[in-house]
Design a protein around this ligand. Structure first.
Ligand SMILES: [Zn+2]
Length: 238
């Protein structure tokens, strides 16, 4: 196993793409193969005694493809998370994963950092604990805040359900049951308020009429800024 690195002048002329790749030889391998794995590992498999200059040349030729694969992996990351950070209530936190056998499994927040104590030091176990923490934080906050805002608006509602929907932040059924995306936990509090106010306003107006927006504006005068924030993050509201 050989770890190599090369620098290559990109089409822009100024930017350099650095690809770290792992070269693995396989006795039964007949041709050169390249794969890109999360979180961004490039692996080259070749038959034995394959010269490193030929590998370099192959990587260079495959650069547009590698770039596309790396971009895909980056985009597959959920909203609000990067490889090293996670946004909670609009604030960026550094993610740390440390095995602490004498501590409770879960997440502890301190000094702008999220310390994750997973069951195992694997990507799956770490993301599992983080997800559990984000979900329960979202649930506590959104349920409390919905009750407070409903009282302020004089609105009633049925049940509150939190789930991860791919394209929606929230919705309100004709029975008055509310649905919220637990990924809202990444948004600034003012944006979360807007989503709750929006859904509660549907309790009197089951549409997006002028009357509906008047109710929204009464309880969130800056709702235009907040809809803009959500639009930039690519999801919609029901
Ligand atoms: Zn709506």
């Amino acid at each position: 196993v050989l770890v190599c690195q090369f620098q290559h002048r990109g089409a822009e002329g100024i930017l350099y793409l650095i690809v770290d790749y792992q070269h693995i030889t396989h006795p039964r391998s007949r041709t050169i193969k390249i794969k890109v794995e999360p979180p961004g590992k490039v692996i080259v498999v070749t038959p034995p005694r394959f010269s490193s200059s030929r590998v370099d040349e192959f990587i260079r030729k495959s650069e547009p493809w590698i770039k596309r694969q790396l971009e895909k992996i980056k985009q597959a990351r959920p909203f609000g998370e990067t490889l090293t950070t996670v946004m909670v209530f609009g604030k960026q936190y550094k993610k740390n994963a440390i095995l602490q056998n004498d501590q409770k499994i879960g997440v502890v927040v301190s000094d702008g950092e999220l310390n994750i104590n997973p069951v195992q030091l694997t990507e799956a176990s770490i993301s599992n604990e983080l997800k559990r923490f984000l979900k329960s934080t979202a649930e506590k906050y959104i349920v409390t805040r919905t009750r407070q805002l409903a009282e302020k608006m004089g609105a009633t509602f049925g049940t509150i359900t939190l789930r991860q929907q791919k394209t929606r932040w929230g919705s309100c059924s004709s029975q008055g049951n509310l649905n919220f995306n637990w990924r809202l936990v990444h948004c600034p509090p003012a944006v979360i308020d807007y989503v709750i106010i929006h859904e509660l306003a549907h309790r009197t107006q089951m549409n997006h009429s002028q009357k509906f927006w008047q109710i929204v504006e009464r309880f969130d005068p800056e709702y235009r800024i907040h809809t803009g924030w959500l639009k930039r993050h690519g999801m919609t509201l029901g």
